[in-house]
Design a protein around this ligand. Structure first.
Ligand code: XMP
Length: 305
């Protein structure tokens, strides 16, 4: 386990040696990894750092507003790129194609900002397991191998590249980042797009965002899951009043895990599951059915795509 009181000053000093002149940027997602890197970099080089938050339109409810509040002491640039991401996802149903569309759009938007800001250095929140998973070809993570290959920086700086997730969380706590960041559940880079099975539309993003907020509200503080969320997994028949409707099926996922490599569904109390169902059905009239996914990983993955 990393000794945070030694790690933090060492990481800051190392960055000061790496970033001697010019400007640095970081793609700040609000995840614990990029948040820790942004704070370390800000302490190292102050306002020579510009964190860039790209609002993909695929973020969870309230996320963009919170990021603006939490990082208000930095030169944060918020880019509203919702339309570009939705446009890039139009007509795509294959999960890996969706990841690619989001990843590529992200790189293009980020590249434009980097050029505008004339940044010399790129700071990345890559952590040790990202490198291992990407090298093993398990899944495409867009913070590994994507940005550096298409951009011309003096150097790529990865201050937490040797840390595991729980170590990054400990550093986040020591840096005084709020609980919602230090203890934040993993959230995939492609955002809500991988929580919609099939084509991503604005309507579905709005539905899954609302359903997700309800699930998080009911489960995060009460059960401390490794990860919990809602996904739209297809359509099914329901009745609204006297009319049969073909509505969306929302799946609720809540898993315990040590490292995300394996996971098991949480045994949730029936009244809690019932409450989630009633809240989702009441607030989202186009949802016909709410189901709870019992499948461990393996054979399932944590996300639906
Ligand atoms: P799976 O679904 O493969 O996910 O069991 C394991 C962990 O990785 C997250 N995940 C991703 N993270 N980009 C990411 O940055 C992705 O494309 C991606 N896909 C899955 C997932 O949320 C879980 O924590």
């Amino acid at each position: 386990m990393v000794k945070v009181d030694k790690f933090i000053p060492k990481a800051i000093e190392k960055m000061q040696q790496q970033i001697t002149d010019g400007r640095a940027i970081i793609a700040l997602s609000g995840g614990v990894d990029s948040s820790v890197c942004a704070v370390l970099a800000h302490r190292a080089i102050g306002d020579r750092l510009t964190p860039i938050y790209i609002d993909t339109g695929l973020m969870r409810k309230g996320e963009t507003e919170r990021i603006k509040e939490i990082f208000c002491d930095m030169n944060l640039v918020v880019v509203d790129a919702k339309d570009r991401f939705l446009g890039a996802l139009k007509g795509i149903t294959d999960p890996e194609e969706k990841r690619k569309a989001v990843g590529e759009t992200f790189i293009r938007v980020f590249e434009t900002e980097a050029k505008t800001l004339k940044a010399d250095y790129l700071i990345q929140g890559t952590i040790y397991p990202d490198r291992i998973e990407s090298e093993g070809g398990i899944k495409s993570h867009h913070n590994v191998g994507g940005l550096p290959s298409v951009m011309d920086f003096k150097a790529i700086v990865e201050p937490v590249e040797d840390l595991y997730k729980d170590e990054v969380r400990e550093v986040a706590r020591a840096l005084g980042l709020p609980h919602e960041i230090s203890e934040r559940m993993p959230f995939p880079g492609p955002g809500l797009s991988v929580r919609i099975v099939g084509e991503v539309t604005e309507e579905l993003v709005n539905i899954v965002r609302e359903a997700n907020a309800i699930v998080e509200d009911e489960l995060v503080e009460a059960f401390h899951p490794w990860q919990t969320f809602a996904a739209i997994i297809g359509k099914g028949t329901g009745v609204k009043g006297d009319v049969r409707v073909h509505g969306w099926i929302v799946a609720v996922r809540a898993v315990g895990s040590r490292d995300g490599m394996t996971a098991e569904a949480l045994e949730l109390p029936w009244p809690v599951l019932n409450r989630i169902e009633s809240r989702i059905s009441a607030s989202l009239p186009t949802v016909a059915r709410v189901v709870y996914d019992l499948t461990p990983k393996p054979p399932a993955t944590i996300e639906f795509e």
